[in-house]
Design a protein around this ligand. Sequence first.
Ligand code: AMP
Ligand code: MG
Length: 351
Amino acid sequence: MKTELLQLGAGQDAAIYRRAGELLREGSLVVIPTETVYGLAASIEREGALRSIYEVKGRPSDNPLIVHIAEPGMAARVAREVPKAAEALFKRFWPGPLTVVLPKRPEVSPIVSGGLDTVALRCPSSAAAREIIRAAGVPLAAPSANRSGRPSPTRAEHLREELAGRVPLIVDGGPCAVGVESTVVSLCGARPRLLRPGAVTLSQLRELLGPVDVDEAVTGELAAGSTVSAPGMKYRHYAPACPMTLYRGARAASVMKSELARLIGEGKKVGVICFDGEETLFPGAEVRSIGPRENHLVQAQRIFAVLRELDCGLDRILSVTPDPDGVGLAVYNRMLKAAGHDLRQTEEEEA
Ligand code: AMP
Ligand code: MG
């Protein structure tokens, strides 16, 4: 299969949307831009295409897909019930980087929901994503377009090699504005529950909904065999090709600096992820900044590209961590997964 890469913004957008819509209706996969990360999309009415999503990604079949809709009104085509709390979330955060888990209509394929009787729904703010859904005329199931275990793609060029020959069309909408996957909140239990942190923050959800539980998978390491509310959370994600260690606390950079010296002394090739202004602290390392320490939005935009850049034959990666509040919680959560929860707490600085 030949993979076509079509770039938006060059006067051909309407034709590209039509082409994408046509392919999706016919049962092909199309890579689409969204504001969070690039998605590997299929019509929810094409079981063959839904199955190919799992094949192309190498994704376990019990890890359900998020259904993308062009406007909140389409939710009732997929969800059996749309409770008041969901309506309030749609009104406040849609279109945008928030996924809401609701009871599923029985006619929606179990391939979408990984066999669950619930379904995850999102109306993206990316105009391109919504135009493509409209052109397809049907909700689209779309997980992140990376192959399973690779960092999520935030630029079309991340996928050129990864998906070459596996999909007929990649629509290039430029770099993703948010950069981490959507916040996922479930409204299927006794209380709203945050399953995955993203750009819509926990405090924004609490402001609107009152108490919101936080799934253990957000910051904790799951015990083997434990059951999880967000099945995707149990898999090791975004794993770089070498071990990665995270450092927290005021002395993170200085502890990383001595660890770096030790590793370089052993002849190791080391990558360092730091904040802006710290780059010169780590001579001899492959250094990448994820942005200003206080700017979680920039960190979210950069984290996956940085992880991909550091997949370059290193022996170890040492990384700072953002404060796990606001959008920082989403960045922190993705880093924990990339590092397989190898987190070192450094002592606080003496006053
Ligand atoms: P991805 O689209 O690859 O970024 O992953 C989608 C995320 O949404 C995964 O963590 C899934 O486990 C989660 N998800 C999708 N559908 C459901 C559902 N019905 N219930 C709970 N979590 C879901
Ligand atoms: Mg993913």
